[in-house]
Structures are given as C-alpha cells and as structure tokens.
Design a protein around this ligand. Structure first.
Ligand code: FES
Length: 625
C-alpha cells in the first residue's frame, strides 16, 4: 500500500500528495488551503467542517465529530478536518463558511500628540584624508571629527559598520554619513551624503494580523502602511493554541517564529518598493504585540505563559540588533520592544496606553481591548490598574454555531421588530453578499434585542411561553432564527442558540467583572470615569448602547465611549518617533498595578453576578447617555 495519498481540495482545485494518516487539516496546511481552525485542531470549535468524497476514504467518525455535526450532516459526508485522517485518495470540499477569509485589518489608531524626537540621527562629515604625516587609524579620525566638530562622544560602534569603514571612507572620498542611535552609538557608516534617507518601521504583531508603518524619521510621517494576516493563524487562532503547538512540537517555536519574521520582512519589502526606498535605510524598528507574540518574535520559549503562575520570560524593554532577530533592514538597526506589564498584559497594552494619552491624563480613563484575552486598564498619570481576563473567542465567532469574524458575509447589526403576527428581523451584512454567519457586534445586538423584546430573560434562557415562527428547538435547545435559509448564502437558517447565548454571557461577564474589580481596586465608581476607550478591531463595529444593555461595558454615558482603532500600532509609531514615549513606557512599569484575576476572590463573585443580564427596565430608566 502506497505511503502517500492524493488529496484534492475543491473549489480551489488544488491536488497534493500527502502522507497517509495525517489529518485533513494538516493536508490543507501543506496544500496552502486556509481552513478555519479557531481551536488549532483540538476539536473544540467545530469550525473546520468539510465534505469528503468518498465518505469512507478517511478514518472513522469520532465522538468529537458527533458532538459538532448532526446525523444527517455526517451521512452527507461532513467531517471535521482536524479529526478525519486521510486513508485513501479523496476529494475535500471546503464549504463557504469554513474558508478562512481575510478580515479587514485596521491599520490606524488614535495617536496622542507627543513631541517628535526620534532616537536616530544622521550626520554628514568630512574626514581628514590619511597621509604619511597623519597616520591615525580610520576609526580614530572619524571619532575625532565627531567629537571636535559635532560634540558627539562615541560610545559604541556597530561591528558591521566598523568592518566596512575603511572602504566607505575611500569610496566616499572622505565624505561619509554616520548614523547614530541614542545620542552616541554608531550604527552605520555610508559613503557620501545619505542624510535624506532616514526611516523607521512601527510593527504591531497581533494574534490575527501584522501591521507595519514605514515612517520618515525626519518628520514622523507614515510614508506607507501595510498589513497581512498573521500567518501563525494556520497554527491556531488564539495564543493558547499556538503556545500549545510550541509545547507539543519540538520545532514549533522555530516554525512560528519563522513565519512571522518572513511576513514582517515581506511587508517591509513591499512598503519600500511602494515608496522607492532602500530597506537598508531603515535604522530602527519598534515591535509591539501581546506577550506570546513578543516571545515568539524573539524566540523566547512561550510555554510558561500558559502555565500557572503565567510569568513572562522577560518584562523589561529590550533593544536588540535587527540582524539578530532576522529583520531585513539595516543590519545594525536597533529593534526596540517596549516592556511587558504581565504575562497577559503585553507590550501592545503598553502601546495602547501611550497612544491614548492615558499616561498623561489627569482624568480617570478606562481602556478595554477586547479579544480572546481582554485587557482592561484603568487609571491616570498617577496609577494605572491593569488586568487581563480570558473572555474567550466567542466574540470572534468561535464556539458560536454560526459565529464568524467581521468579514464579508457576516451579519454585523441586528434589530428585532415585534409585529402583530410575530417578529421581523432587520439585519445588515458586511460586503455585497447574502449572510453566511454572525460576527461579534451582531451577537451583542441580537442578545440586546432578545432582552428588549422579552424573548430571553435575565438568566439568558428563552422565556418558556414565548412562541413564534422564529423560535424553534434545535440540537442545542431553543434557538432564534435571525435569517431564514432562503435568505442566506449557506442554505441553512442562521440562528442564535441557547448555547451561543451562554457563551456570550460567559465572555461578557468576564470583561464586566474585570472592569468592576479594577474599579474597586482603584476605589472609584462609574461616575468617576471620564472616558472609556475601546481599542482593537472588534470594538469598531459594536453598538455601545447594546453593549451596556447586555452588561458587557460598565454603565457609563454612551457619549464618553470612544472607539480608538489600532492603538497598538499607533503606540508603536509614537515609540519610534518620540523619546518621551519611551520614557513613558519605562515609567509605566513603575505606575502600573497588575491584578491577577485568577487568584482574586472578588473576580469570581463579580463574574457570577455578571453572568446575569442587567435588568432591562432598570437600564432603560437609569442609563446615562
Ligand atoms: S474543531 Fe477542528 S479546528 Fe477546531
């Protein structure tokens, strides 16, 4: 029997020979076919459903598959790609809802004004030519000019710069450009006058996307901006799945690191091409990301971030050479990584705090970055309380029957209209297409609307005596039909189930409880908060009022809730172009108070309380707007 089998993916029309016995998900990765796998292939999300032909060309149906697929789906040949292993030649049909579609990447965020003062500068100097009457070595004569003419007492010289100096001096006919970082560290020598070309890159490595700004270090303007999905998505959608990958596979960290560095280098290359500059003229990079992304970027084992007591490998800010981390920019360029607050409050949160100006604020500000892990920061220039809670991937679509990211085909807003003969549902869909599923903002809307219409109660359960054509009983109990099968792209009703509501309750309760615990630690109430910033991609679409109705956000006036976009990359830009921002990043370590919620008894109490939805009538009467 051949050791290899032929797998054809449709509708992509891609055929590949793979080792017999690997999963269809692994085969898809090898073929470069992107399949949703929010749980990283653990059988926990049910999103990797595919159709196989012939049905007996794979291993037997597992219990995990029976949990996620109905009997009739199994009969039709539906399987989970992470469970079914290939035994014979087969065709895999990847349905629309399983294809990984690129989400719109947010490349900009609010940026608090800080003085422009980058750490990189260039000086053009004429060096006295070597002659028999002046036998000083090349380096000495350069250092003498820098000291005597420019007042620069050189402290360090990059090795790669040093070894090329004799040639650069002669090629430039004794006129050279010296690139200096942080006042007195030489990072490059170039022949002639290259002072016009001085660039930096600000890089945000998100769990699902990578964003880069190419910045002119003469004025701080972004010359070009580019982004890509984080290629690590193929190894799991959340950080825990990726850490698990590093734990179970010896080469896991190396693989994850390689794909992210390649992606960054690719984006930088594209940006340079776009504006016609040489990547060697990029002299500094600032990299932000959550702690797992930070560790993987540097090649630090991330495993212990997922194991109690969840301590990071390093907390302080770091300056490393571009060549040491594999960034294809000037080899002596500095790569700055801001400090980390805690295992799950990373350098991206530091960037968020700097970008929003919270670090200079006299007023109390709350900053929430909603994701699988939600970071909450609360405070002002004196003290900033921080915490991270495991809000789970529900708002990103995982564990929700028809959940998906905010990509084309996702229902993004929903309104339920009571009529004399039942309920009507109005919804809007992202892109020019019929609906495929629902994204996080729509889940918030649906639940708020179900509460407003008395279809579910405060405990989240469907009200017993409510009957309507849109309320039916499915595999997971009662469910509410948002879009009928004939309106959808997938030919099935798009519903929200009792189980989905439960998932959202858990997610929103974690976020709300984290906010409450921090408020208590800070000794303040909702009334003291002057501004609530919602950072990240998810926040952009949500309806603040509905988020309060379901008890996701604290009950503050909607007018003070502001969606600030990608403040992680905005913070990285500030850290690139302003010394003050870096000073603030260091100071933040002194004023940040991290609260480990998993050992905080108050958190469990608040969490339990918050699983209930707020009283809708009380909310309507008491809500500040
Ligand atoms: S269930 Fe297969 S990837 Fe999650």
């Amino acid at each position: 029997m051949s050791k290899e089998v032929r797998v054809t993916f449709e509708p992509q029309g891609k055929t590949i020979l793979v080792p017999r016995g690997i999963t269809i998900l692994e085969a898809a990765r090898l073929a470069g076919i992107k399949i949703r796998s929010e749980c990283g292939g653990q059988g926990l999300c049910g999103k990797c459903r595919i159709l196989v032909r012939p049905v007996d060309a794979t291993t037997k149906i597992t219990d995990v598959e029976r949990r996620w697929l109905t009997d009739s789906e199994l009969k039709q040949g539906y399987r989970l790609a992470c469970q079914a292993k290939v035994l014979e030649n087969l065709v895999v049909i990847v349905p629309l809802e399983t294809r990984l579609v690129k989400a719109k990447i947010i490349e900009y965020g609010y940026e608090y004004p800080l003085p422009f003062k980058p750490l990189v500068k260039k000086v053009v100097v004429r060096i006295p030519k070597a002659k028999l009457s002046d036998l000083r070595p090349d380096l000495e004569r350069v250092m003498d000019v820098l000291r005597d003419n420019m007042g620069i007492e050189v402290d360090e010289i990059d090795y790669h710069a040093l070894i090329k100096l004799p040639q650069v001096l002669r090629d430039g006919e004794w006129i050279i450009t010296v690139t200096i970082w942080d006042g007195n560290k030489v990072i490059d020598f170039e022949k002639g006058d290259t002072s016009k070309h001085m660039y930096g890159v600000a890089i945000d490595i998100g769990t699902s996307k990578i964003v880069c700004h190419l910045v002119d270090l003469h004025d701080g303007k972004s010359l070009a901006v580019g982004s890509l999905e984080n290629p690590q998505l193929a190894y799991g959608e959340d950080v825990i799945s990726r850490i698990r990958y590093c734990m179970i596979k010896r080469s896991g960290l190396k693989e994850l690191r390689a794909v992210v560095i390649d992606a960054i280098n690719f984006i930088i290359g594209e940006l340079c091409k776009k504006v016609g500059i040489n990547r060697n003229n990029i002299y500094e990079a600032v990299v932000v990301g959550n702690t797992a992304m930070h560790h993987i970027f540097l090649g630090i084992v991330p495993n212990y971030l997922a194991l109690s007591p969840y301590v990071p490998g390093v907390r302080r800010s770091l300056n490393v050479k571009a060549r040491d981390v594999g960034l294809l920019i000037n080899s002596g360029a500095n790569v700055y990584l801001p400090p980390i607050i805690a295992g799950f409050v990373g350098a991206d949160a530091v960037a968020d705090i700097i970008a929003t100006g919270m670090i200079e604020s006299d007023d109390i500000v709350m900053l929430i970055d909603i994701g699988t892990n939600t970071e909450v920061c609360l405070g002002n220039r004196e003290v900033i309380w921080t915490a991270s809670c495991a809000s789970g991937p529900a708002f990103e679509g995982a564990h929700i029957r028809f959940g998906m990211k905010a990509i084309p085909g996702a229902i993004e807003h929903v309104k339920i209209i009571p009529k004399s003969n039942g309920y009507d549902v109005k919804y809007s869909v992202i892109g020019d297409t019929r609906p495929v599923g629902i994204c996080g903002s729509a889940m918030i809307d649906v639940i708020a609307e179900l509460l407003k219409n008395g279809i579910i109660d405060r405990s989240g359960r469907f009200v017993q005596d409510k009957e309507d054509a849109r309320i039916k009983v499915g595999k997971d109990g009662k469910e509410f039909i948002i879009a009928y099968s004939d309106e959808t792209e997938i030919g099935r009703d798009i519903v929200i189930t009792q189980k989905d509501i439960r998932q959202i309750q858990l997610a929103k309760a974690a976020i709300y409880a984290a906010c409450k615990v921090l408020m208590r630690k800070a000794g303040i109430s909702e009334a003291d908060i002057r501004r609530v910033y919602i950072a990240g991609a998810f926040g952009r679409h949500i309806d603040a009022e509905n988020a309060k109705i379901i008890g996701l956000l604290p009950n503050v006036p909607s007018g003070i809730v502001e969606f600030v976009g990608n403040t992680a990359v905005a913070g990285a830009r500030l850290l690139l172009k302003s010394r003050i921002a870096r000073k603030y990043a260091e100071e933040l370590l002194k004023i940040a108070r991290y609260v480990e919620l998993t050992v905080e008894p108050e958190f469990s109490q608040e969490f339990l309380k918050a699983t209930y939805f707020p009283d809708i009538k009380e909310h309507m009467h008491s809500t500040p707007t």
